[in-house]
Ligand binder design. Structure first.
Ligand SMILES: Cc1cc2nc3c(=O)[nH]c(=O)nc-3n(C[C@H](O)[C@H](O)[C@H](O)COP(=O)(O)O)c2cc1C
Length: 199
């Protein structure tokens, strides 16, 4: 028997946890908040229980500015170079693999990113997981030691854009590219549940 209310509540949180790429820079994300978000990852499952991931907190304007040029945003938006000045993330978490502990992390990285982004959402923050970044340049900008290999960068801040989930038509060829409507709303297509289940 499912505890129905908490399941529905959890589903709402999942649905609200959309990628956000434009932020209100007036709302700061403190090191304490970043630290608390990283704290959630301690409860994530970990392959071989190695727990080899580490986080570099980035929250000063100087470090945010040093990191930003090395990030790529919204690959489907060919004519958009990412958030303009005045709508950029207030902070970042740079997820790194400590290669002294392991050379791979199986799916620990994704599990931890989901935990952090969900936690951020409960605090009213938005986030965007970024894989398309220049890892050597990002590492240099943050003076990361050689053995810390950046895997993902998580942008964080107070959301300053509307995001809506839309359904696809359920075909295999369905267009899953997100798009913006003239009012600036970002629409993100999700496949129907029935398409996810193998007969
Ligand atoms: C593994 C992974 C890598 C991603 N890399 C980027 C990226 O480099 N830049 C970006 O703007 N968004 C990136 N995203 C965000 C995806 O574009 C986003 O999750 C997708 O469009 C669905 O939107 P949603 O997160 O709101 O469901 C990434 C997401 C994941 C899970």
């Amino acid at each position: 028997m499912l505890p129905e209310d908490s399941f529905i509540e959890f589903g709402r949180l999942m649905a609200a946890n959309r990628s956000i790429r434009r932020f209100d820079p007036a709302v700061k994300v403190t090191p304490e908040t970043l630290r608390a978000l990283v704290g959630l990852t301690r409860y994530c499952a970990s392959g071989r229980n190695l727990q080899p991931l580490r986080y570099r907190m980035v929250s000063t304007p100087e470090e945010c500015a040093a990191l930003f040029p090395h990030l790529l945003w919204a690959g489907y938006y060919q004519d958009w170079d990412g958030p303009a000045e005045g709508e950029r993330p207030a902070a970042y978490l740079v997820q790194c693999l400590d290669t002294r502990l392991a050379q791979d992390c199986l799916c620990d990285d994704g599990l931890q990113l989901e935990a952090i982004t969900l936690g951020a959402r409960t605090l009213g923050l938005g986030s965007c997981i970024i894989k398309a970044f220049n890892a050597p340049e990002a590492a240099k900008a943050l003076h990361l030691p050689e053995y810390m290999k950046p895997r993902y960068i998580l942008a964080l801040g107070a959301p300053a854009e509307q995001v809506e989930i839309v359904g696809t038509d359920g075909s295999l060829e369905a267009d899953i590219r997100y798009y913006r409507t003239p009012d600036g709303t970002h629409h993100v297509p999700k496949r129907p549940l029935d398409e996810l289940l193998i007969d």
